[in-house]
Design a protein around this ligand. Structure first.
Ligand code: SF4
Ligand code: SF4
Length: 424
Protein backbone atom coordinates (compact mmCIF):
# COMPACT_ATOMS: atom_id res chain seq x y z
CA UNK A 1 0.00 0.00 0.00
CA UNK A 2 1.45 3.41 -1.02
CA UNK A 3 1.70 5.88 1.86
CA UNK A 4 2.45 9.56 2.29
CA UNK A 5 2.52 10.24 6.01
CA UNK A 6 1.99 13.75 7.25
CA UNK A 7 4.80 15.81 8.81
CA UNK A 8 3.76 15.56 12.46
CA UNK A 9 4.33 11.77 12.53
CA UNK A 10 6.52 10.97 9.49
CA UNK A 11 9.94 11.04 11.15
CA UNK A 12 9.00 9.75 14.61
CA UNK A 13 9.69 6.10 15.62
CA UNK A 14 5.91 5.49 15.73
CA UNK A 15 5.47 7.05 12.29
CA UNK A 16 8.21 4.92 10.76
CA UNK A 17 6.81 1.77 12.33
CA UNK A 18 3.25 2.63 11.19
CA UNK A 19 4.45 3.34 7.65
CA UNK A 20 6.23 -0.01 7.40
CA UNK A 21 3.09 -1.80 8.64
CA UNK A 22 0.80 0.09 6.24
CA UNK A 23 3.08 -0.72 3.30
CA UNK A 24 2.93 -4.42 4.11
CA UNK A 25 -0.85 -4.53 3.60
CA UNK A 26 -1.82 -5.62 0.08
CA UNK A 27 -5.61 -5.12 0.57
CA UNK A 28 -6.30 -8.79 -0.12
CA UNK A 29 -9.13 -8.96 2.43
CA UNK A 30 -8.21 -12.44 3.75
CA UNK A 31 -8.57 -10.98 7.24
CA UNK A 32 -12.23 -9.96 6.86
CA UNK A 33 -13.84 -13.36 7.35
CA UNK A 34 -12.01 -14.01 10.61
CA UNK A 35 -12.83 -10.64 12.23
CA UNK A 36 -15.50 -10.92 14.97
CA UNK A 37 -16.71 -7.31 14.63
CA UNK A 38 -17.02 -7.61 10.84
CA UNK A 39 -19.00 -10.81 11.32
CA UNK A 40 -21.40 -9.06 13.73
CA UNK A 41 -21.73 -5.65 12.06
CA UNK A 42 -21.14 -6.48 8.37
CA UNK A 43 -19.46 -3.10 7.81
CA UNK A 44 -16.05 -2.92 6.10
CA UNK A 45 -15.09 -0.09 8.47
CA UNK A 46 -15.44 -2.58 11.34
CA UNK A 47 -13.02 -4.99 9.67
CA UNK A 48 -9.20 -5.03 9.85
CA UNK A 49 -8.82 -3.77 6.28
CA UNK A 50 -11.33 -0.97 6.85
CA UNK A 51 -9.61 0.12 10.05
CA UNK A 52 -6.24 0.05 8.30
CA UNK A 53 -7.66 2.45 5.67
CA UNK A 54 -9.03 4.72 8.40
CA UNK A 55 -5.67 4.83 10.16
CA UNK A 56 -3.84 5.45 6.87
CA UNK A 57 -6.09 8.42 6.15
CA UNK A 58 -5.49 9.80 9.65
CA UNK A 59 -1.72 9.34 9.42
CA UNK A 60 -1.77 11.10 6.03
CA UNK A 61 -3.32 14.14 7.67
CA UNK A 62 -6.98 13.77 6.70
CA UNK A 63 -9.50 14.96 9.30
CA UNK A 64 -10.77 12.37 11.76
CA UNK A 65 -14.06 12.31 13.61
CA UNK A 66 -15.79 10.48 16.43
CA UNK A 67 -16.99 8.01 13.81
CA UNK A 68 -13.39 7.03 13.02
CA UNK A 69 -12.72 6.73 16.75
CA UNK A 70 -15.78 4.51 17.18
CA UNK A 71 -14.61 2.06 14.50
CA UNK A 72 -11.20 1.84 16.20
CA UNK A 73 -12.80 1.51 19.65
CA UNK A 74 -14.94 -1.38 18.44
CA UNK A 75 -11.84 -3.42 17.59
CA UNK A 76 -11.28 -6.12 20.22
CA UNK A 77 -7.50 -6.23 19.59
CA UNK A 78 -8.05 -9.99 19.34
CA UNK A 79 -5.42 -10.23 16.57
CA UNK A 80 -7.28 -13.00 14.73
CA UNK A 81 -6.55 -10.89 11.65
CA UNK A 82 -2.79 -11.13 12.26
CA UNK A 83 -2.99 -14.92 12.42
CA UNK A 84 -4.51 -15.20 8.94
CA UNK A 85 -2.76 -12.30 7.19
CA UNK A 86 -0.50 -13.70 4.43
CA UNK A 87 1.61 -10.50 4.38
CA UNK A 88 2.45 -10.49 8.11
CA UNK A 89 0.76 -7.12 8.73
CA UNK A 90 1.30 -6.22 12.40
CA UNK A 91 -2.18 -4.82 12.80
CA UNK A 92 -2.08 -4.71 16.63
CA UNK A 93 0.93 -2.36 16.70
CA UNK A 94 -0.66 -0.14 14.05
CA UNK A 95 -3.83 0.05 16.14
CA UNK A 96 -1.86 1.00 19.29
CA UNK A 97 -0.21 3.82 17.34
CA UNK A 98 -3.46 4.87 15.63
CA UNK A 99 -5.47 4.93 18.86
CA UNK A 100 -2.79 6.97 20.58
CA UNK A 101 -3.00 9.59 17.83
CA UNK A 102 -6.77 9.74 17.43
CA UNK A 103 -7.29 10.26 21.14
CA UNK A 104 -5.15 13.40 20.90
CA UNK A 105 -7.25 14.71 18.00
CA UNK A 106 -10.81 13.70 18.90
CA UNK A 107 -12.36 14.45 22.28
CA UNK A 108 -14.52 11.85 23.97
CA UNK A 109 -17.62 12.73 25.96
CA UNK A 110 -16.99 13.57 29.62
CA UNK A 111 -18.74 10.33 30.65
CA UNK A 112 -16.58 8.16 28.37
CA UNK A 113 -13.42 9.88 29.60
CA UNK A 114 -14.47 9.42 33.22
CA UNK A 115 -15.15 5.70 32.67
CA UNK A 116 -11.74 5.16 31.09
CA UNK A 117 -10.04 7.10 33.87
CA UNK A 118 -11.93 5.09 36.53
CA UNK A 119 -10.82 1.80 34.93
CA UNK A 120 -7.19 2.95 34.96
CA UNK A 121 -7.44 4.04 38.59
CA UNK A 122 -9.08 0.84 39.86
CA UNK A 123 -8.11 -2.31 37.94
CA UNK A 124 -4.30 -2.04 38.22
CA UNK A 125 -4.47 -1.11 41.93
CA UNK A 126 -5.17 -4.20 44.03
CA UNK A 127 -6.17 -2.28 47.19
CA UNK A 128 -8.82 -0.17 45.45
CA UNK A 129 -10.03 -3.08 43.32
CA UNK A 130 -10.31 -5.29 46.44
CA UNK A 131 -12.55 -2.72 48.19
CA UNK A 132 -14.79 -2.35 45.13
CA UNK A 133 -15.02 -6.10 44.70
CA UNK A 134 -16.04 -6.50 48.35
CA UNK A 135 -18.71 -3.83 47.94
CA UNK A 136 -19.94 -5.38 44.67
CA UNK A 137 -20.28 -8.79 46.32
CA UNK A 138 -22.22 -7.24 49.23
CA UNK A 139 -24.78 -5.54 47.00
CA UNK A 140 -24.81 -8.33 44.36
CA UNK A 141 -28.21 -9.75 45.44
CA UNK A 142 -29.81 -6.32 44.94
CA UNK A 143 -28.43 -5.73 41.43
CA UNK A 144 -30.54 -6.24 38.29
CA UNK A 145 -29.95 -9.07 35.71
CA UNK A 146 -26.73 -8.75 33.76
CA UNK A 147 -25.10 -6.46 36.31
CA UNK A 148 -25.60 -9.09 39.00
CA UNK A 149 -23.86 -11.75 36.91
CA UNK A 150 -20.98 -9.42 36.08
CA UNK A 151 -19.90 -9.27 39.75
CA UNK A 152 -17.67 -12.31 40.26
CA UNK A 153 -18.71 -14.60 43.10
CA UNK A 154 -16.37 -15.55 45.96
CA UNK A 155 -13.02 -16.99 44.89
CA UNK A 156 -12.16 -20.67 45.30
CA UNK A 157 -9.95 -21.59 48.28
CA UNK A 158 -6.36 -21.21 47.02
CA UNK A 159 -5.13 -24.17 49.09
CA UNK A 160 -1.64 -24.59 50.47
CA UNK A 161 1.58 -23.44 48.83
CA UNK A 162 4.38 -26.00 48.62
CA UNK A 163 7.09 -25.54 51.26
CA UNK A 164 10.00 -27.30 49.52
CA UNK A 165 12.78 -25.13 48.08
CA UNK A 166 14.20 -26.47 44.84
CA UNK A 167 17.42 -25.56 43.06
CA UNK A 168 15.44 -24.67 39.93
CA UNK A 169 13.59 -21.37 40.38
CA UNK A 170 11.29 -19.22 38.28
CA UNK A 171 9.61 -15.90 38.94
CA UNK A 172 5.84 -15.65 38.76
CA UNK A 173 3.81 -12.55 37.93
CA UNK A 174 0.88 -12.04 40.29
CA UNK A 175 -0.67 -9.31 38.13
CA UNK A 176 -3.43 -7.02 39.37
CA UNK A 177 -6.94 -8.52 39.38
CA UNK A 178 -6.09 -12.24 39.25
CA UNK A 179 -4.91 -12.66 42.88
CA UNK A 180 -8.24 -11.21 44.05
CA UNK A 181 -10.57 -12.97 41.62
CA UNK A 182 -8.86 -16.36 41.43
CA UNK A 183 -5.91 -16.72 43.86
CA UNK A 184 -6.02 -20.48 43.27
CA UNK A 185 -4.53 -20.09 39.78
CA UNK A 186 -1.05 -19.19 41.00
CA UNK A 187 -1.08 -21.55 43.99
CA UNK A 188 -2.14 -24.38 41.65
CA UNK A 189 0.74 -23.40 39.35
CA UNK A 190 3.15 -23.52 42.30
CA UNK A 191 1.93 -26.99 43.30
CA UNK A 192 2.21 -28.37 39.75
CA UNK A 193 5.70 -26.94 39.26
CA UNK A 194 6.74 -28.20 42.72
CA UNK A 195 6.03 -31.75 41.46
CA UNK A 196 8.53 -31.07 38.68
CA UNK A 197 11.19 -29.80 41.09
CA UNK A 198 10.71 -26.08 40.36
CA UNK A 199 10.14 -23.37 43.01
CA UNK A 200 8.35 -20.13 42.26
CA UNK A 201 9.43 -16.73 43.56
CA UNK A 202 6.92 -13.89 43.93
CA UNK A 203 8.26 -10.37 43.86
CA UNK A 204 6.17 -8.05 46.02
CA UNK A 205 6.78 -4.82 44.13
CA UNK A 206 5.92 -6.23 40.69
CA UNK A 207 2.27 -5.81 39.70
CA UNK A 208 0.03 -4.89 36.79
CA UNK A 209 1.80 -5.69 33.50
CA UNK A 210 0.76 -2.30 32.06
CA UNK A 211 -1.70 -3.63 29.46
CA UNK A 212 -4.80 -1.97 30.94
CA UNK A 213 -3.41 1.56 30.80
CA UNK A 214 -1.55 0.99 27.54
CA UNK A 215 -4.66 -0.23 25.72
CA UNK A 216 -6.77 2.59 27.19
CA UNK A 217 -4.41 4.96 25.38
CA UNK A 218 -2.63 6.07 28.55
CA UNK A 219 0.49 4.75 26.90
CA UNK A 220 3.00 6.64 29.06
CA UNK A 221 1.33 5.31 32.20
CA UNK A 222 1.39 1.78 30.75
CA UNK A 223 5.11 2.08 29.97
CA UNK A 224 5.71 3.22 33.57
CA UNK A 225 4.08 0.03 34.89
CA UNK A 226 6.35 -1.93 32.56
CA UNK A 227 9.46 -0.13 33.83
CA UNK A 228 8.34 -0.78 37.42
CA UNK A 229 8.16 -4.52 36.71
CA UNK A 230 11.52 -4.54 34.92
CA UNK A 231 13.08 -2.86 38.00
CA UNK A 232 11.36 -5.29 40.39
CA UNK A 233 12.49 -8.42 38.51
CA UNK A 234 15.95 -7.30 37.52
CA UNK A 235 17.76 -8.33 40.75
CA UNK A 236 16.48 -11.90 40.22
CA UNK A 237 17.84 -12.02 36.68
CA UNK A 238 21.25 -12.03 38.22
CA UNK A 239 23.27 -13.50 35.40
CA UNK A 240 22.91 -10.01 33.91
CA UNK A 241 23.55 -8.36 37.28
CA UNK A 242 26.55 -10.25 38.61
CA UNK A 243 27.61 -12.20 35.54
CA UNK A 244 26.77 -15.55 37.18
CA UNK A 245 24.14 -17.36 35.10
CA UNK A 246 23.70 -19.98 37.84
CA UNK A 247 22.06 -17.35 40.07
CA UNK A 248 19.48 -16.23 37.54
CA UNK A 249 15.89 -17.50 37.47
CA UNK A 250 15.12 -19.79 34.53
CA UNK A 251 11.99 -17.99 33.43
CA UNK A 252 9.23 -15.55 34.36
CA UNK A 253 6.01 -17.56 34.46
CA UNK A 254 2.76 -16.01 33.22
CA UNK A 255 -0.55 -17.59 34.15
CA UNK A 256 -2.72 -14.93 32.47
CA UNK A 257 -2.14 -14.94 28.72
CA UNK A 258 -3.20 -11.27 28.58
CA UNK A 259 -0.23 -10.37 30.79
CA UNK A 260 2.05 -12.85 29.03
CA UNK A 261 1.57 -11.30 25.62
CA UNK A 262 2.30 -7.86 27.09
CA UNK A 263 5.45 -8.84 29.02
CA UNK A 264 6.76 -10.52 25.87
CA UNK A 265 6.35 -7.12 24.17
CA UNK A 266 8.27 -5.13 26.84
CA UNK A 267 11.44 -5.30 24.76
CA UNK A 268 9.68 -3.87 21.72
CA UNK A 269 7.66 -1.24 23.57
CA UNK A 270 10.68 0.06 25.53
CA UNK A 271 13.17 -0.20 22.65
CA UNK A 272 13.54 3.59 22.40
CA UNK A 273 14.21 4.07 26.13
CA UNK A 274 18.00 3.90 26.50
CA UNK A 275 17.79 3.18 30.25
CA UNK A 276 15.46 0.20 29.81
CA UNK A 277 15.78 -1.15 26.26
CA UNK A 278 18.32 -3.88 27.01
CA UNK A 279 16.81 -4.93 30.34
CA UNK A 280 13.29 -5.01 28.89
CA UNK A 281 14.44 -7.19 25.98
CA UNK A 282 16.02 -9.62 28.46
CA UNK A 283 12.86 -9.73 30.60
CA UNK A 284 10.75 -10.41 27.49
CA UNK A 285 13.08 -13.23 26.47
CA UNK A 286 12.55 -14.87 29.89
CA UNK A 287 8.73 -14.57 29.85
CA UNK A 288 6.90 -17.89 29.33
CA UNK A 289 3.26 -18.83 29.42
CA UNK A 290 2.77 -21.69 31.91
CA UNK A 291 1.77 -23.94 28.99
CA UNK A 292 5.19 -23.40 27.38
CA UNK A 293 6.92 -24.39 30.64
CA UNK A 294 4.89 -27.60 31.06
CA UNK A 295 5.19 -28.50 27.38
CA UNK A 296 8.98 -28.29 27.65
CA UNK A 297 8.97 -30.39 30.84
CA UNK A 298 6.75 -33.05 29.24
CA UNK A 299 9.05 -33.01 26.22
CA UNK A 300 11.94 -33.66 28.61
CA UNK A 301 10.07 -36.65 30.08
CA UNK A 302 8.14 -35.15 33.02
CA UNK A 303 6.10 -38.23 33.90
CA UNK A 304 4.15 -36.79 36.89
CA UNK A 305 2.00 -34.85 34.41
CA UNK A 306 1.12 -37.78 32.19
CA UNK A 307 -1.16 -40.69 32.94
CA UNK A 308 -2.99 -43.19 30.84
CA UNK A 309 -4.89 -44.62 33.83
CA UNK A 310 -6.70 -41.55 35.14
CA UNK A 311 -10.33 -41.76 36.22
CA UNK A 312 -13.00 -39.92 34.21
CA UNK A 313 -14.29 -37.78 37.09
CA UNK A 314 -15.08 -34.28 35.74
CA UNK A 315 -12.72 -35.07 32.91
CA UNK A 316 -14.70 -33.83 29.89
CA UNK A 317 -13.52 -30.28 29.29
CA UNK A 318 -14.16 -27.52 26.77
CA UNK A 319 -11.07 -25.38 26.30
CA UNK A 320 -11.43 -21.73 25.35
CA UNK A 321 -8.12 -20.55 23.98
CA UNK A 322 -7.83 -16.80 24.70
CA UNK A 323 -6.95 -14.54 21.77
CA UNK A 324 -3.84 -13.44 23.65
CA UNK A 325 -2.70 -17.08 23.73
CA UNK A 326 -3.60 -18.28 20.22
CA UNK A 327 -3.21 -15.04 18.23
CA UNK A 328 -1.09 -12.79 20.47
CA UNK A 329 1.56 -15.32 21.51
CA UNK A 330 0.79 -17.74 18.65
CA UNK A 331 0.59 -20.64 21.11
CA UNK A 332 -1.86 -23.11 19.61
CA UNK A 333 -2.57 -26.71 20.53
CA UNK A 334 -0.15 -26.72 23.47
CA UNK A 335 -2.65 -26.56 26.36
CA UNK A 336 -4.77 -29.13 24.55
CA UNK A 337 -1.75 -31.45 24.26
CA UNK A 338 -0.98 -31.13 27.98
CA UNK A 339 -4.58 -31.78 29.02
CA UNK A 340 -4.88 -34.81 26.72
CA UNK A 341 -1.57 -36.17 28.05
CA UNK A 342 -2.99 -35.82 31.58
CA UNK A 343 -5.99 -37.95 30.62
CA UNK A 344 -8.68 -35.32 30.07
CA UNK A 345 -11.18 -35.54 27.23
CA UNK A 346 -11.61 -32.35 25.18
CA UNK A 347 -14.79 -31.43 23.32
CA UNK A 348 -14.71 -30.04 19.79
CA UNK A 349 -15.31 -26.26 19.98
CA UNK A 350 -16.68 -24.67 16.77
CA UNK A 351 -15.14 -21.34 15.71
CA UNK A 352 -12.44 -21.68 18.37
CA UNK A 353 -10.48 -18.82 16.77
CA UNK A 354 -13.15 -16.25 17.72
CA UNK A 355 -12.93 -13.90 20.72
CA UNK A 356 -15.27 -14.39 23.72
CA UNK A 357 -15.82 -10.62 24.00
CA UNK A 358 -13.85 -10.09 27.20
CA UNK A 359 -10.83 -8.38 25.59
CA UNK A 360 -9.47 -6.45 28.57
CA UNK A 361 -11.90 -3.62 29.32
CA UNK A 362 -13.95 -4.21 26.13
CA UNK A 363 -16.78 -5.96 28.03
CA UNK A 364 -17.29 -2.72 30.00
CA UNK A 365 -16.72 -0.22 27.19
CA UNK A 366 -18.56 -2.08 24.38
CA UNK A 367 -21.14 -4.13 26.32
CA UNK A 368 -23.56 -4.95 23.45
CA UNK A 369 -20.93 -6.41 21.11
CA UNK A 370 -19.23 -8.11 24.02
CA UNK A 371 -22.46 -9.81 25.14
CA UNK A 372 -23.19 -11.08 21.61
CA UNK A 373 -19.71 -12.59 21.40
CA UNK A 374 -20.11 -14.11 24.87
CA UNK A 375 -23.41 -15.74 23.91
CA UNK A 376 -21.92 -17.18 20.70
CA UNK A 377 -18.82 -18.40 22.52
CA UNK A 378 -20.76 -20.14 25.29
CA UNK A 379 -23.02 -21.83 22.74
CA UNK A 380 -19.88 -23.18 21.03
CA UNK A 381 -18.21 -24.23 24.30
CA UNK A 382 -21.32 -25.93 25.69
CA UNK A 383 -22.20 -27.72 22.44
CA UNK A 384 -20.03 -30.74 23.35
CA UNK A 385 -21.65 -31.16 26.80
CA UNK A 386 -18.52 -30.62 28.91
CA UNK A 387 -18.45 -31.01 32.70
CA UNK A 388 -16.30 -27.87 32.97
CA UNK A 389 -14.95 -25.06 30.80
CA UNK A 390 -11.26 -24.19 31.06
CA UNK A 391 -9.32 -21.25 29.73
CA UNK A 392 -5.96 -19.50 30.17
CA UNK A 393 -6.70 -15.89 31.03
CA UNK A 394 -8.44 -14.34 34.04
CA UNK A 395 -10.42 -11.85 31.91
CA UNK A 396 -11.92 -14.63 29.74
CA UNK A 397 -12.53 -16.77 32.83
CA UNK A 398 -14.66 -14.18 34.67
CA UNK A 399 -16.42 -13.11 31.46
CA UNK A 400 -17.37 -16.70 30.54
CA UNK A 401 -18.42 -17.48 34.12
CA UNK A 402 -20.82 -14.51 34.06
CA UNK A 403 -22.90 -16.31 31.40
CA UNK A 404 -22.92 -19.99 32.36
CA UNK A 405 -23.73 -22.25 35.29
CA UNK A 406 -20.90 -24.63 34.33
CA UNK A 407 -17.71 -24.17 36.37
CA UNK A 408 -15.13 -22.09 34.47
CA UNK A 409 -11.52 -22.52 35.59
CA UNK A 410 -7.96 -21.94 34.49
CA UNK A 411 -6.70 -25.18 32.93
CA UNK A 412 -3.82 -25.33 35.44
CA UNK A 413 -6.40 -25.62 38.23
CA UNK A 414 -7.93 -28.79 36.82
CA UNK A 415 -4.47 -30.25 36.25
CA UNK A 416 -3.58 -29.44 39.87
CA UNK A 417 -6.85 -31.00 41.11
CA UNK A 418 -6.06 -34.14 39.17
CA UNK A 419 -2.54 -34.38 40.55
CA UNK A 420 -3.81 -33.80 44.11
CA UNK A 421 -6.46 -36.49 43.59
CA UNK A 422 -3.76 -38.98 42.65
CA UNK A 423 -1.67 -38.01 45.65
CA UNK A 424 -4.39 -39.13 48.06
S1 SF4 B 1 -5.07 -10.00 5.25
FE1 SF4 B 1 -3.31 -8.68 5.71
S2 SF4 B 1 -2.65 -7.88 3.70
FE2 SF4 B 1 -4.73 -8.68 3.42
S3 SF4 B 1 -6.08 -6.89 3.78
FE3 SF4 B 1 -5.91 -7.96 5.74
S4 SF4 B 1 -4.19 -6.91 6.77
FE4 SF4 B 1 -4.05 -6.35 4.58
S1 SF4 C 1 -8.00 -7.34 16.11
FE1 SF4 C 1 -9.83 -8.67 16.02
S2 SF4 C 1 -11.58 -7.26 16.07
FE2 SF4 C 1 -9.75 -6.03 15.60
S3 SF4 C 1 -9.71 -5.93 13.37
FE3 SF4 C 1 -8.41 -7.68 13.94
S4 SF4 C 1 -9.81 -9.45 13.90
FE4 SF4 C 1 -11.11 -7.60 13.91
Amino acid sequence: MQTNLTDFIKNSPDGQEAEAILRACVHCGFCLATCPTYQLLDDELDSPRGRIYLMKQMLEGQPVTQKTQLHLDRCLTCLACETVCPSGVRYGRLLDIGRGIIDKQVKRSAGADAMRYALRRTLPHSGIFASLLKLGRLVRPLLPGRLKHSVPSAARDPGILPSARHARTMLILDGCVQPLLAPNINTATARVLDKLGISLVRVENAGCCGAISYHLNAQREGLDYMRRNVDAWWPYVSDKVDGNAAHGVEAIVMTASGCGVTVKEYGHLLQHDPAYAEKAAHISALARDISEILDAEIGAGASPLCSSTLDTRESKLSFHSPCTLQHGMQIRGVVEKILLAAGFELTVVPDAHLCCGSAGTYSILQPELSQQLLKNKLTALESGNPAQIVTANIGCLTHLQSGTLLPVKHWIEVLDERLLYYDR
